[in-house]
Design a binder for this molecule. Structure first.
Ligand code: NDP
Length: 407
């Protein structure tokens, strides 16, 4: 059917690329391009021999001219941005210049301020519309599948959704005292920022990890979870009409939190440059260099993830609750694609999102968050490509548990 240019060759990209190769009817050809070409070549060597033709390239995705030259050479139907959030705008600029569809899994963030906002990417709406190309924003799991779940709940189960709680549980154990499951810099920026949720048309800010709940996750068991700001809250608050409150919770073990606190206290999570032996370094980037590479966690991680959304609202005048979630097993993911479940749950939806655009199932010029498209073909594809979902019409609600203060 077509050709994709995939930018980035890290944890998430590796899974997405395995899945593109499995879905060779849609992805007849892929070009893997990243800063470190040797990683792209190693993956090509591992996956070559199937129906999908694979090529590789070196690119600095911070450089628009380099990107344009690469897109003009490869002539893809879509650019899959699986690099880092810092590259979103340069890649969108290159897509505009070459009239090529775009997708990503994380919203733009300036490198020098930990600020997650869609405003920069939403500013491209008119230009994408005029160019007749589609930008699909946030096609990972969260953001991504959580938005598709929301659109699906609204389409099939509710007249009005009033409350959404997004619950992200990773009960995996990698055996290290401290490591992050995806890019450490992005992960630590996210969890050390203030929490925030949206209620009655306003954002309510909390201190990092201030709000804690305990939840009994299906197939995983009871876990502590903490309220965080997460980027899909911004778009869902706009795109789900009548919404009164939306929150996001993520589970963390005590060891992770204790290490993080200690690293914060000594200044290692800072993104302010410091002078070290005559060189400017950013403590968080240095920390990333000494922490285990998330890709190395794959063979060591055991246990499951459970990510989903609990909805409360009205159907035919009656109150209704609905929980839809996916459970993913770290060891099974590793067996299939050589990565743990955090990369798997992001890489699979990235492939599906690109396939939705390449097959024309999702095709409207402009810049859109994932919940603005018809969720049905994506929900079917999740079942087909390794992230089957389950539902409950009588779930435990988050606030039925007592509020526990943070130790
Ligand atoms: P990794 O750090 O494992 O991979 C990032 C890749 O991007 C690397 O291959 C890196 O190259 C490449 N890269 C970085 N900068 C550039 C550049 N300037 N030019 C070209 N290539 C570059 O990250 P992950 O795979 O863990 O994460 C990828 C994305 O997925 C991130 O944006 C992350 O926020 C997002 N994500 C989304 C989730 C969701 O559910 N929506 C969940 C998890 C992650 P090199 O090898 O040279 O460093």
């Amino acid at each position: 059917m077509g050709k994709a240019l995939i930018i980035g060759c890290g944890g998430v990209a590796s899974v997405a690329i395995h899945k593109c190769v499995q879905n060779s009817e849609v992805f007849e050809e892929i070009c893997i391009a990243s800063r470190t070409k040797s990683k792209c070549d190693a993956l090509k060597e591992k996956l070559d021999g199937g129906k999908t033709k694979i090529t590789t390239a070196q690119v600095d995705a911070d450089n628009v001219d380099e990107l344009i030259a690469l897109i003009e050479e490869v002539k893809p139907d879509i650019v899959m941005n699986l690099a880092l959030p810092y590259q979103d705008l340069t890649i969108m600029d290159a897509c505009l210049a070459t009239k090529t569809h775009y997708m990503d899994t994380a919203n733009y963030e300036p490198e020098d301020t930990a600020k997650f906002e869609y405003k920069w990417q939403w500013e491209y709406r008119e230009r994408f519309e005029k160019a007749g190309i589609t930008a699909l924003l946030g096609s990972g799991f969260d953001p991504g599948v959580t938005g598709v779940f929301s659109a699906y709940a609204l389409k099939h189960h509710f007249d009005e959704i009033e409350y959404i709680d997004i619950l992200d549980c990773n009960a995996g154990d990698h055996g290290y005292p401290f490591a992050t499951n995806f890019n450490p810099e992005i992960n630590i920026r996210e969890v050390s920022a203030n929490g925030r949720y949206w209620e009655n048309g306003e954002w309510i800010e909390t201190k990092p990890m201030e709000i804690k709940r305990v939840y009994n996750f299906p197939e995983v068991g009871e876990k502590d979870m903490y309220l965080l700001y997460h980027e899909e809250l911004e778009s869902l608050a706009v795109n789900i009409p009548g919404l009164k409150r939306i929150r996001f919770f993520m589970t963390f073990g005590q060891s992770y939190l204790t290490h993080l606190k200690c690293l914060e206290n000594v200044g290692m999570t800072s993104i302010e440059p410091i002078e070290f032996e005559g060189k400017q370094i950013i403590p968080l980037q240095f920390l990333k260099a000494v922490l285990p590479d998330p890709a190395s966690l794959g063979p060591r991680t055991k246990g499951k993830t459970n990510i989903g959304c609990i909805f409360k609202g009205k159907k035919d005048g009656k109150e209704k609750t609905y929980y839809v979630y996916n459970v993913c097993d770290h060891e099974e993911c590793y067996k299939e694609v050589g990565s743990q479940a955090v990369s798997y749950t992001t890489g699979v939806p990235a492939m599906i999102g690109a396939a939705m655009i390449m097959t024309g199932k999702w095709n409207k010029p402009g810049v859109y968050n994932i919940e603005e498209f018809d969720p049905d073909p994506f929900m079917d594809a999740l079942n087909k490509w390794g992230l089957p979902w389950k539902e409950s019409f009588d779930p435990e609600l988050v606030d039925s548990e007592p509020v526990k203060s943070v130790e």
